[in-house]
Design a protein around this ligand. Structure first.
Ligand SMILES: C[S@@+](CC[C@H](N)C(=O)[O-])C[C@H]1O[C@@H](n2cnc3c(N)ncnc32)[C@H](O)[C@@H]1O
Length: 264
């Protein structure tokens, strides 16, 4: 349960998360949302998805594991004038809400970072009203695909997997979501997948530039250096690899995600 959040909340990480919308990150859930519903967003991060979801339901609660992380969502929703929202510090493993509280409990890119995702899903189910939905989407790092092959990006992938697992997370969560849902006791689970794709000059510059900064400035970079998993020169080479990919007119990157929509 004591997993460490690998990415941290460095500006380069938040820039990546703030690009997310309900449409590009929770499309599998949207057809099931109704204006009267209450929704809990577990691990809401900077809250752009939470704000979008608030426009589609009656009330949202953003939750985060620390006060500092929760403030990010609070600021985003305030800036966007979202009034139908509450905020709560809560660990996914032990949600501080009564049984049967919400119509929908949602977590985007969270279960890959928690120490016990099956326990988190049980908690998400406990606070969902019977007949409501538990919805989760997580990426699957081994299934990421890109072109051209740039050897140092394979080193980046290996380093990320090593750091994330060392922190108690599971970077290949996407493919495991269905198994985790079944282990948590869900019987009615719809499992799907969807991707993000970065293949225009603008998208390449954004995605590649963001990772070039993340590999040097995020919490993962600090951990890699502190544990000796990588040297500063290694990280600089990885950043160069990301910039090389972003500058290549043939550059294409696909990010596979698993999704589960579970009836409580
Ligand atoms: C990759 S971010 C995703 C943020 C947001 N859902 C999004 O997609 O933009 C993962 C978030 O999960 C939070 N988190 C990590 N461990 C958690 C836990 N045990 N309980 C609740 N949230 C957690 C982190 O603080 C972080 O903000």
């Amino acid at each position: 349960m004591d997993a460490v959040y690998t990415h941290g909340h460095h500006e380069s990480v938040l820039r990546s998360h703030r690009w997310r919308t309900a449409e590009n990150s929770a499309a599998y859930l949207l057809p099931h949302l109704k204006p009267h519903m209450t929704l809990l967003d577990v691990g809401s991060g900077p809250g752009t998805i939470t704000a979008d979801l608030a426009a589609r339901v009656g009330h949202v609660t953003a939750s985060e594991v620390t006060v500092e992380a929760l403030e990010l969502a609070r600021a985003e929703l305030a800036a966007r004038g979202v009034a139908n929202a509450a905020f709560a510090v809560a660990d996914a493993h032990a949600l501080d809400f009564p049984d049967d509280t919400f119509c929908v409990v949602h977590a985007h890119q969270v279960l890959q970072h928690v120490g016990d995702p099956v326990r988190a899903l049980r908690e998400m189910r406990r606070v969902t009203k019977p007949g409501g939905f538990v919805a989760a989407r997580d990426s699957d790092y081994t299934a990421f695909a890109w072109y051209p092959q740039i050897p140092v990006l394979d080193d980046w992938m290996a380093l990320y997997q090593r750091m994330a697992r060392g922190n108690g997370g599971e970077p290949d969560a996407g493919r495991r979501l269905l198994s985790w849902a079944r282990a948590a006791g869900f019987e009615d689970v719809t499992a799907t997948s969807s991707t993000w794709c970065f293949a225009t000059p603008e998208d390449r510059a954004w995605w590649g530039g963001m990772w070039a900064e993340r590999i040097l400035g995020s919490a993962m970079a600090d951990q890699a250096l502190a544990t000796g998993a990588a040297t500063r020169d290694d990280l600089l080479r990885m950043a160069d690899g990301w910039r090389e990919w972003a500058a290549d007119g043939d550059g294409w990157f696909s990010v596979l995600h698993g999704e589960i929509l579970c009836r409580a």
